[in-house]
Design a protein around this ligand. Structure first.
Ligand code: PLP
Length: 477
């Protein structure tokens, strides 16, 4: 593969701190071995999430200065609407403070209590809002999405048979809408094909079902269509994205991903009645319909960012960088989820630490070990994230993963080299790594705030040790 350099020059820099092993040991102990509880100042390279962590361009920063902060009728809103109309093809837009604000409103508008909402794998905030509105979520993604080894090129696709089976079972009238995510975050940033979107549309048309998209990573999805689907190789990503969106009645958008901003979101749609309802609700929950909980300058930055994210060269580098990291790991024998997705590399922690049982928290342990090695922050997506079932037992998810999420336009491939070398170093001494156990567990969304400590060493080992390590409990929170 030819080298792909960053398609930008660096005009402003943010220094980051390199730390010693001693400092990192103190930091991870104080954080209860949970990377969510680390202070950003103690992190060298931050791969916790790609959400709201993008670097804005000089054009976005310029647009920010031109923001119109009028309470009502600000021209910043007009700029966003023009941008959405031009790039996404939807006539109507309702801004919200971020993606979940849009999910909240559309769930209230489209779901009558008792109705069903199919989708291609759940997303945390999406499903919560559907359930709060009285809906029941149904996963209709293809089976390959749940298999980390499957090489299917469009692992995000809707399984048409599962969708049809749900219609047959509950009746089209009881389906509020179908929500198609592009790409699918929880499946590892896997794309949906144009053919699949068209086929879902046909089923929807036949049954009079509304079709919305969680379009959070639509630009990355369009790039994969260009790369992998017949007939799209010579089209511009911006055109492909517009064609994709032409099949949907509307979208919810988290601007924190493919609009390249640090905060923001919106709903966009074709049906004026939905817009009217959204405007009635947005004033209650977010703000006036022309700002939706954002500052005028945020709308301007988003209007510019959503265009920039559809640039072919930007995306080729963006996805190329994720792939670059993934391929370096794969070449060293590190087990990862394949194919490598659009926004993150997922390490198969169960295979990486195959001497640990799932109850010894392999992914949580690996995330802590990577931080200890180099100051690189990653995220657990395994048994800790899965939480407990209604009976109070730990859920044991099929996938036990560590996510290395790449922020957009923030790091260079030299940073990726540092990350890869660190993971490979940890891989080489994996047999010496002991698991973790909970010392504090909150009742819900436990991955955010749980605290852990290393499992005690086997008896023979502790017996020969002169100094016992100071207990984690003595560290300040
Ligand atoms: C981030 C995200 C959301 C929610 O967006 P926020 O801006 O974080 O509220 C919804 N869906 C997907 C797939 C996401 O990744």
């Amino acid at each position: 593969m030819p080298a792909i350099a960053e398609p930008y020059r660096i005009k402003m820099v943010e220094p980051i701190r390199m730390t010693s092993r001693d400092e990192r040991e103190t930091a991870i102990r104080a954080a209860g071995y949970n990377t969510f509880l680390l202070r950003s100042d103690d992190v060298y390279i931050d791969l916790l999430t790609d959400s709201g962590t993008s670097a804005m361009s000089d054009r976005q920063w310029s647009a920010l200065m031109l923001g119109d902060e009028a309470y009502a009728g600000a021209r910043s809103f007009d700029h966003l609407v023009e941008s959405v109309q031009e790039s996404y093809g939807f006539p109507y837009v309702c801004p919200t403070h971020q993606g979940r604000g849009a999910e909240h409103l559309i769930s209230k508008i489209l779901i009558a209590p008792g109705q069903h909402v199919p989708g291609n794998m759940y997303f945390t905030t999406t499903r919560v809002h559907q359930e709060l509105a009285g809906g029941t979520f149904h996963d209709v993604i293809i089976d390959e999405a749940h298999d980390p080894g499957s090489q299917h090129p469009f692992k995000g696709n809707v399984d048409l048979d599962k969708f049809q089976a749900l219609i047959d079972q509950v009746g089209a009238d009881n389906i509020a809408y179908i929500n198609v995510a592009v790409t699918v975050n929880m499946a590892g940033g896997q794309p949906v094909s144009m053919a699949n979107i068209r086929a879902v549309r046909e089923i929807c048309d036949r049954h009079g079902i509304i079709m919305w998209s969680d379009a959070t990573r639509l630009a990355e999805n369009a790039w994969f269509i260009k790369e992998r689907e017949d007939g799209y190789a010579h089209r511009r990503v911006a055109e492909i994205a517009k064609e994709m969106l032409s099949h949907f009645d509307g979208i919810t958008m988290s601007g924190k991903k493919d609009c390249l901003v640090n905060i923001g979101g919106f709903l966009a749609m074709r049906d004026k009645r939905v817009l009217t309802k959204a405007r009635e609700l947005v004033v209650v929950y977010e703000g006036m319909p022309t700002y939706g909980g954002l500052a005028g300058r945020d709308l301007d930055a988003m209007a510019v960012g959503l265009r920039e994210a559809l640039d072919d060269d930007y995306l080729t580098h963006r996805i190329g960088q994720v792939r670059y990291l993934g391929e370096r790991l794969r070449e060293a024998g590190v087990p990862i989820v394949e194919p490598i997705g659009g926004h993150a590399v997922f390490i198969d922690a169960a295979a990486f630490l195959d001497h640990l049982s799932q109850d010894e928290l392999p992914a949580q342990t690996l995330a802590a070990e990577i931080f200890l090695d180099s100051g690189v922050r990653t995220m657990e997506r395994g048994i800790v994230s899965a939480g407990r079932d209604t009976a109070g037992n730990n859920r044991h998810p099929k996938l036990e993963l560590v996510r290395l999420t790449i922020p957009r336009r923030v790091y260079t491939n030299s940073h990726m080299d540092v990350v890869a070398e660190s993971v490979i170093r940890v891989f080489e001494r994996r047999k010496d790594i002991r698991g973790l156990q909970f010392v504090y567990e909150p009742p819900t969304l436990r991955f955010f705030t749980s605290r852990f400590e290393p499992l005690p060493a086997p008896i023979e080992e502790t017996a020969t040790k002169e100094v016992v390590e100071p207990e984690f409990a003595t560290a300040a929170p």
